[in-house]
Design a binder for this molecule. Structure first.
Ligand code: NAG
Ligand code: NAG
Length: 384
């Protein structure tokens, strides 16, 4: 990889660059979604990842972080430069808000926490370089989804600040942004930056939202360069072993066949599930939850409910991707995707048909519950 330099960048090289990026991010992903308590040993677990020669079926073996040999080879050499908030005027605002009041600690929580975690992992990565001249990729940290939610910047300021930041990056100009990596961790994707199409259309974007039907004429997601990442699952749930806050229940101890625990957000599919639960209260748990007040579930309480069903229904919300899909694995509940256009991370490596169910959102009803009940093995009363 080393002999390639940026001024030679052309389309085929970009594609390869994308693959390299994907490879690195897969490591990040498994660390994020399966074993956050390995955070501190990330560089060493990465090396075992690349030296493995296991097949994809070994992927989920407990304790092993193995990258299957599928097209990428087992050896990789690349260098990533991570911009520092103090070196570019405006970067600090994108990470902490206009007054610098928002802390990374506040932004690392919740479904958008990946914007902080991936940044931190890269800071510790053995692929990090301190020299821009030798970098293959450039990572631009920004916690802008969090900053916006907490009132630290409005949409207009976000747009202006990004433009200001990019204008101070000669290396961004050199490649037209092709070797620069950005994270947009929410359903809006790069649309969080209003003028993304003018400035970031060639850059590598990490986002959980791969649905290209959502944003009509101007999807911010391009399969040839962007990478789908999972959402961030609560730290207390991704720990291995005894320190996890909520543990899975044996199948025969689970009260419900299925559940959906989320706000309706006036979405058809979600409203249908809430109605269905009223019809079949002993099979489906789907209370109408609120954002706040007495009907809001606390985090532990939420997972205590989630673990009480065999199937966890994951309908789309404001956008196609749904955090519930990722959360359900940690209580060993089979996720049932009710989001027709959703695209999942690393579909080339993970066979999602083996670990989840996808059901058409147009057929939410008795038929769905009948189907789930008919699945063999899920009604066993054998003690696990
Ligand atoms: C974003 O900011 C730039 C620079 O200030 C400006 O030219 C552009 O019109 C803005 N885009 C939107 C959509 O407001
Ligand atoms: C982004 O670039 C692609 C070509 O790489 C082009 O087809 C697409 O129209 C561009 N999108 C926008 C919104 O400019």
């Amino acid at each position: 990889m080393r002999p390639h330099h940026h001024h030679h960048l052309s389309l085929p090289l970009c594609t390869r660059a994308h693959q390299i990026g994907a490879l690195v991010l897969v490591a990040v992903t498994f660390v994020l979604t399966r074993s956050l308590d390995r955070l501190s040993s990330f560089p060493s677990s990465t090396s075992s990842l690349y030296s493995s020669s296991h097949s994809s079926s070994d992927l989920f073996h407990a304790g092993a972080l193995n990258w299957p040999e599928r097209g990428y080879g087992s050896h990789i050499e690349l260098r990533i430069y991570v911009y520092d908030e103090s070196e570019i005027d405006g970067l600090r605002e994108l990470m902490r808000g206009r007054d610098g009041q928002i802390t990374p600690q506040a932004c690392i929580k919740g479904q958008w926490g990946t914007q902080v975690k991936i940044h931190r992992l890269l800071l510790k990565s053995k692929y990090r370089t301190m020299k821009k001249d030798e970098a293959d990729f450039f990572f631009v940290p920004s916690y802008v989804k969090c900053v916006r939610m907490m009132g630290g910047l409005n949409d207009k300021e976000i747009n202006q600040t990004y433009v200001k930041v990019l204008s101070q990056m000669p290396y961004f100009r050199r490649s037209g942004g092709r070797d620069h990596i950005f994270i947009f961790p929410s359903g809006a994707g790069a649309h969080l930056f209003r003028s993304w199409a003018t400035y970031l259309n060639r850059s590598i974007i990490l986002t959980p939202e791969g649905d290209r039907t959502d944003k009509k004429d101007s999807s911010a997601f391009n399969t040839w360069k962007d990478i789908i990442i999972p959402g961030n699952v609560e730290d207390g749930m991704t720990k291995l072993g005894g320190s996890r806050v909520v543990h899975p229940l044996p199948l025969n101890k689970r009260k419900y066949l299925a559940n959906f625990l989320g706000r309706a957000q006036s979405k058809t599919g979600r409203l249908q599930l809430i109605e269905l639960a009223k019809q079949y209260p002993d099979k489906l748990e789907s209370p109408e939850l609120k954002f706040s007040g007495p009907n809001k579930l606390g985090r532990t309480e939420y997972f205590d409910h989630l673990k009480n069903a065999k199937f966890c229904l994951a309908p789309r919300g404001e956008s196609s991707w749904t955090l519930r899909f990722y959360e359900s694995f940690f209580v060993e509940c089979v996720p049932v995707l009710l989001s027709d256009q959703v695209e999942l991370p690393f579909q080339n490596v993970i066979d999602y048909t083996e670990i989840s169910i996808k059901w058409p959102s147009t057929r939410i009803g008795t038929e769905l519950l009948d189907y789930l009940e008919s699945i063999p093995g899920m009604n066993d009363t054998i003690e696990l």
